[in-house]
Ligand binder design. Sequence first.
Ligand code: AMP
Length: 396
Amino acid sequence: MTIDDFDFNDKKALVRVDFNVPLNDAFEVTDTNRIEAAKPTIIKILEDGGSAVLMSHLGRPKGKPTPEMSLSHIAETVSEIIGVQVKFVQDCVGPEVAEAVENLQSGEILLLENLRFHNEEEAGDRAFAEQLSHWGDIYVNDAFGTAHRPHASTTIVAEFFPGKKCFGYLLAREIEAIQKVMKTGEKPVTAILGGAKVSSKITIIENILDKIDHLIIGGGMTYTFVKAQGGTVGDSICEPDKTDLALSILEQAKAKGVEVHLPSDVVAADAFDNSANTQVMPANAIADGWQGLDAGPETLKAFGQVILQSRTILWNGPVGVFEMPAFARGTITIGDYVAEATENGAFSLVGGGDSVAAVKQFGFEEKVSYVSTGGGAMLESLEGKTLPGIAAIQEG
Ligand code: AMP
């Protein structure tokens, strides 16, 4: 059942949101994206004639009330964004909350205090989850960022709402985007994997090989593959103990009919520094004292051809050290190609870690089909894991 199957008229919705937003020294919210992302779900509940009890964590208070991490700091911002004055209660369980929930009228919003002020939240404590469950008639999970955690408010609480639980719009869109790549993606399906190390991407690679036609490998991972194939990598980042793994990935890809595209040339530098001397070198012949820090021009052209003929694109990880302007060109160029393919009708999902930061930094957010809001949750989805927060809703 989707959220649209529910009528919240006269109902209280217990909504797990992800309001884990950054605060400055004056405790002001410096990035409101996550609050805005939860707005459609909250508005739907209120417009139906219901009320919303919002619960979230903020930071890592480790089970103790920590004033700096109080959700009271964000109540005003939430009020402004939703357009309704939010009520705040100084705990997430207990008699004070019971009273505030009891008094909550249709059209009103109650924000509970930081769930992680109680150890029971992260421990997935059943009794604690049961207490939370008293605050709503229907449970709505709209927090993708914590969907991979079996916490009380993200997973365990769902047990207490048989037939009365659903995903919020944000979480539903995340699930749909992942499915479009992993299950129903139109062919050719291309995965662009970058980032620093093979070791952190291995489970993703092995899981997606069954689902893709092309695998583009870029970033620091490149050099482990280069070394595995007998090339020289100079001072480039490399995991020599993972060369067998790299060869095994190439073999598995071949057996599954996946075309692997590795860089042919790279922008190498004589130091890990934005103002280092640079030189374009063959990816498999990097001189001593030099390190590959970005994809080279020939490589980008070849990657571009693959991306432009793809109908479904998954992008995880930058193809260079994009944090330094001198080595951001490759990642920006890949972003341009993904944007162009998307404009031509391809579905593109950017997810997991630093590629999201890169896409935002270089202004591609509106030019790709979907940018995931959940780092760890997206990575675990791509690894093929069932996320407990999602399973808890789907189990009915
Ligand atoms: P990940 O979190 O695994 O996606 O890795 C992202 C990081 O990989 C970014 O901080 C990039 O700077 C880094 N990275 C990308 N390409 C390279 C490279 N050629 N050498 C070193 N680091 C790289």
